[in-house]
Design a binder for this molecule. Sequence first.
Ligand code: ZN
Length: 137
Amino acid sequence: MKEDEYEKLLSKAHLMIPAQEEEKNRLEIPKPSSFVQGKKTIINNFGQIVKVIEREEKHLMKFISKETAAPATLAEGKLSITGKFSAVQMNKIFNSYMKNYVLCPECGKPDTKFSEQNGVKIIKCEACGAVFPLKKI
Ligand SMILES: [Zn+2]
């Protein structure tokens, strides 16, 4: 590859990283550490992640199960998903969960809580006060 072509690729790669991505890194949310064992994919640090983002295990488990279209079981802080999924796939699913259920769409902070308002499930941001309907999984 010629040098200027390489430069072009580099600047293209930079453009593809949204500014919000850097925000997220600052929060130090652990990345899912997953590996394939036989016909299953195990997420080692599932319990740890749930603790950091302050969400219920079952909620995140349901989301992952839906995204992978595979049953998942939880034991001792480890999530076991039927099927083989790459670390990249797992990362994508976790990022999507963060975007939909943890990070405030208004201010980008993770200081959100699930709540209920007039019988409607909502996400409330404690940093900026924004309220959003909670999407069904
Ligand atoms: Zn907010």
